[in-house]
Write a protein of this length. Structure first.
Length: 505
């Protein structure tokens, strides 16, 4: 509603001249310059593509900014984004030196006045009437076109019949006196005035939604964190508040920025070195675990692993000066009764078997996802370095996941339809805060990597117990391949590289 307020101000104060890009375009079009329609622009910074260099490169705009201050007129400068930034405001004020100009900042924020609301309703009603009249005119033109076609067809048919009678030698009928055509009912309807009314929903509107936004979402996302209210200290002679008081506007601005930080993604976020280092370390460790699990499942390689384990113990004993250990009998370990969180070495439970020996593809997928989301939420907080925004909204997970890991994230790869279904599996690592929908961590940033394996094994066992009791909902149904739906080519680091349907035994 910002530029609607500007239009209302100009109507009430015709001695003011608007200095803005949208006004330059309006002047150019009125002077006969043709401008093609373009998408992706805004009222604040409309597209200047006229095909004329001086217009397209904003030379005309810059020239007007230099000339305007010497003309000694009253100006209004409605630069929405610039007027919300203290640095941009200070630059603009330098162009209008005292004592020729009195510089006043007018803050339009909060609950609009009754006068403004009435004007908004008037504009909406006017647009509805114009649209209704256009539709009526279009409908009338279509009906008239059909009527002319029917008349032409009727005349052609009469001419055909007359030629037939002439060929047959029949006497021509005496020309009947043409009866005056009656005025079609459509023409009578066209003279009727179109009547439109506001709906209850439209009456409740405080600001109208315009076809072109006042500011684009991209520009807003990059600049809103630096928005502030103007002050006299910046160089203004006065700061007025059109709708609400200064204190109320300050509160509104603070709350709006805070709420925006929870829902607006950071387009210019830069990935830090700490993320790259942690991610590289994880990939190497994960590869080692998967290799060990694969070797343990192979009988021949398992023997080699156990022999290597014995040799390692002998070497340690020799280094300490102790007697070489005698050949050990195979230790029987009840994995179902084992407390996974009490395991000291996840690579060896005491008999050479790794804690992750029974991991199925879906378990490796969940293990990877656990760490990836853990690292993502902590890296976002670290890289953004904004105390007022330490987490991002769940709706932006796919954006940040792609930004950090360079591949797509889709809940359908995991056989579910909602992100919350996935979070329920790994709620010990991350959660979605019900209050505001942000992604929050559950583990500290320096959590040891082996803890993620323990959490995954604990979840696998719980899932298996539920399945043994007949709970079909415990069965995971991941896609075997995530090639569909625009997914990237699978790599060993992709959590769904080999994911299959299964219970995870």
């Amino acid at each position: 509603g910002y530029f609607d307020w500007v239009d209302a101000f100009i109507e009430k104060n015709p001695d003011y001249v608007e200095l803005s890009d949208r006004k330059i375009i309006e002047w150019a079009v009125k002077s006969g310059m043709w401008k093609p329609k373009a998408a992706g622009h805004s009222n604040d910074k409309p597209d200047m593509k006229f095909g004329i260099p001086a217009m397209d490169d904003l030379s005309v705009s810059r020239l007007l900014k230099h000339i305007a201050p010497v003309t000694k007129r009253n100006f209004i400068v409605p630069e929405l984004k610039a007027n919300l930034s203290d640095s941009e405001r200070k630059k603009a004020l330098l162009r209008f030196a005292p004592p020729e100009f009195k510089k006043v900042a007018c803050v339009v924020m909060g609950e609009p006045t009754a006068e403004y609301k009435a004007r908004v309703h008037e504009v909406i009603l006017s647009e509805k009437k114009r649209k209704a009249e256009g539709e009526k005119k279009k409908k009338g033109a279509e009906e008239e076109r059909k009527r002319l076609i029917e008349a032409k067809q009727k005349k052609s048919e009469e001419a055909r019949k007359a030629n037939k009678r002439k060929r047959d030698g029949e006497a021509e009928e005496e020309a009947k006196e043409e009866e005056p055509e009656e005025k079609p009912a459509e023409e009578a309807k066209a003279d009727e005035e179109v009547v439109v009314q506001l709906t209850e929903e439209e009456k409740a509107l405080k600001c109208r939604k315009t076809p072109v936004p006042d500011i684009t979402e991209t520009i807003l996302a990059k600049s809103y964190a630096n928005f502030s209210l103007p002050t006299v200290a910046e160089g203004f002679d006065a700061v007025t508040f059109a709708w609400q008081s200064e204190a109320e506007c300050a509160t509104l601005m603070k709350d709006w920025i805070f709420a925006k930080k929870l829902t607006q993604r950071v387009e210019d976020l830069k990935i830090g070195d700490s993320f790259k280092e942690a991610w590289s370390t994880w990939q190497k460790q994960l590869a080692e675990w998967r290799k060990l699990a694969s070797e343990w499942k192979d009988p021949n390689k398992r023997k080699a692993l156990l022999a290597k384990r014995v040799e390692a113990k002998k070497k340690v004993a020799e280094e300490k000066g102790d007697e070489p250990p005698k050949e050990e009998k195979e230790i029987e370990i009840d994995l179902e009764e084992l407390d996974v969180f009490a395991v000291e070495d996840i690579n060896d439970l005491g008999n050479g078997e790794p804690l992750f020996a029974n991991f199925a593809p879906e378990d490796w997928a969940l293990l990877t996802l656990r760490f990836e989301l853990h690292l993502l939420v902590h890296s976002f907080r670290h890289d953004l370095a904004d105390p007022s925004r330490t987490a991002f909204h769940e709706s932006h997970l796919t954006y940040y996941y792609n930004k950090y890991y360079k591949r797509a994230f889709n809940v359908k790869y995991f056989g579910v339809s909602k992100l919350q279904d996935i979070i329920d599996w790994i709620q010990d690592t991350v959660e979605i805060v019900p209050k505001n929908g942000t992604m929050e961590w559950q583990l500290s940033e320096d959590t040891p990597l082996h803890n993620f394996v323990k959490l995954t094994e604990d979840h696998r066992r719980d899932r298996q117990r539920r399945m043994d009791m007949g709970d079909e909902t415990a069965e995971l149904k991941f896609q075997r391949s995530a090639q569909s739906a625009g997914a990237p080519r699978q790599t060993p680091s992709n959590p769904l590289a080999n994911a299959v349907k299964g219970g995870g035994r």
